[in-house]
Design a protein around this ligand. Structure first.
Ligand code: HEM
Length: 441
């Protein structure tokens, strides 16, 4: 062991990445690891801690015990968990030309079984890079005011519904369902362009409501499969697998039908569909990419409220990469192709970077404020680097515009009697349905 460490110290300058600040390099085998059982590793400890819905809390506790880097077998996979923001940047700096992230296994098994090709999130290698470059140009660069206009229309539709229940002095019913619908409306408004969507949204309402319900069901049925190896669930046709399969089939059919209608009925316009056709992306590929979009003085305050919300409650609490080459991360050599899981939930709550990290303080994002944040990059809700979120600008515009309209018109009352936390159901969501009442100002 000593000689192994000596060898690594000696060779460390050949391995250290641009942000690494560890003077010695230790072997992968020396990395801290919780005690677990052969084969199943620490899966039982995870189940005891509340199972997959509480994975973020379980991993957060492990980081507190074992430090900013440790390895663990969660289920059949060995993964390295990492929470230090500088080292997370180090991983992104070494992710290579074609960053490779983990995809939900049930979705991969489904795609395989039905020979289904899916959008950007599922693509890899040269094919991913080709489409990603085009989508970067369309969705992340240049004048994106057309996206804001699209979001404006979708948020007005949500506001109308809020107003309806507010005038009746009622709680807003089925918040989650309504938010799924609002997200689908934003996407369709972006696809068709603000003007085309505005003049046609009424005729599309029932189609979009149906799609929103089906997408919501896919997230629910997928999260029920998180503890099973999907291949086995499929092979033995477990009830959870059958429900999942049915929901995906129905959502994909509904998405295909919606895109066909959008394209055939509105074949010109000022939106993304038209822009994609101008980029000469063929129709099948447009279909694939679009379907995977289903998945949002006061302006600054609202931006800071959103940043603070996503710091404490990141929608994706973990980011994953398989590094292409052997790398040094947080002072350890990591063999090529090891799964590295970046604990965004933990890095966003690190007291080294955020004073009173558990407290919701939008002001910490104001430069030179007394609560000023030490490292803004410790919170990475949209990821980082070449494979970061392609929908970031849409999501930011959608959330900022809608939230601003809500707080300018209503006082929002929380009706849940208990405190609410987040749980993981594929993505982070409230631990129980949020009950909100909007009271007109
Ligand atoms: C608050 C809202 C959102 C959050 C927090 C979020 C977060 C993320 C994160 C962290 C990633 C990176 C995954 C990785 O590094 O491996 C990602 C990727 C992605 N996001 Fe988002 N996202 C949001 C909204 C959206 C929206 C509205 C769309 C579609 C319009 C979208 C489409 C995608 C796609 C297609 C990818 C995969 C990109 C690729 O693999 O190149 N996201 N998202």
């Amino acid at each position: 062991m000593l000689s192994r460490q000596f060898k690594n110290v000696f060779f460390s300058k050949f391995h250290t990445g641009p942000y690494a600040c560890f003077s010695t390099v230790l072997d992968f085998r020396d990395m801290p690891s919780p005690k677990g059982w052969p084969v199943v590793g620490t899966t039982f400890s995870l189940i005891a801690a509340g199972g997959p819905p509480k994975l973020h809390e379980y991993i957060d506790k492990r980081h507190k015990q074992l430090g900013c880097i440790f390895k663990d077998n969660v289920g059949p996979v060995t993964a390295v968990f990492l929470s230090d923001p500088e080292e997370i940047r180090n991983v992104f700096a070494q992710e290579g030309k074609y960053p490779f992230h983990i995809k939900p296994e049930p979705w991969l098994v489904y795609n395989d079984k039905y020979d289904y090709t899916r959008g950007l999130f599922f693509m890899d290698g040269e094919e991913w890079l080709h489409f990603r470059k085009i989508m970067n140009r369309l969705l992340l660069r240049g004048d994106l005011s057309w996206i804001e206009k699209s979001c404006e229309i979708a948020s007005d539709l949500l506001l109308e519904r809020i107003k309806y229940y507010s005038e009746k002095n009622m709680e807003f019913p089925d918040l989650e369902k309504q938010l799924y619908k609002w997200s689908i409306e934003v996407i369709v408004s972006v696809l068709l362009g603000p003007n085309t969507y505005k003049s046609n949204n009424e005729s599309l309402q029932s189609l979009l409501e149906d799609l929103a319900n089906k997408v919501q069901l896919v997230f629910e049925t997928t999260s029920k499969l998180m503890l099973y190896p999907a291949k086995i669930a499929e092979k033995y046709r477990l009830p959870a697998w059958r429900r999942f399969e049915k929901s995906v089939k129905s959502a994909l059919e509904s998405a295909t039908n919606t895109i066909d209608i959008l394209r055939n009925k509105f074949n010109s316009g000022d939106g993304l569909l038209f822009k994609m056709e101008q980029e000469e992306i063929n129709r099948n590929d447009i279909n694939r990419i679009v379907k995977d979009c289903d998945k949002t003085a006061k302006k600054t305050l609202i931006r800071n409220i959103l940043r603070e919300t996503l710091r404490l409650y990141p929608v994706a609490p973990f980011l994953t990469r398989f590094l292409p080459d052997t790398a040094v991360v947080a002072g350890y050599t990591i063999p090529a192709k090891t799964l590295v899981v970046m604990s965004i939930y933990t890095s966003g709550r690190d007291e080294k970077y955020y004073k009173n990290p558990a407290v919701f303080l939008p002001d910490r994002w104001v430069r030179n404020s007394t609560h000023n944040t030490v490292n803004q990059q410790a919170s990475l809700p949209f990821g980082m680097g070449a494979r970061s979120c392609i929908g970031k600008k849409i999501a930011e515009a959608q959330l900022q515009i809608t939230l601003s309209k809500i707080i300018n018109n209503f006082n929002v009352e929380l009706c849940n009697p208990r405190n609410i936390d987040i749980i993981l159901k594929m993505v982070a969501k409230p631990s129980e349905p949020l009950r909100l009442k909007f009271n007109k100002i």
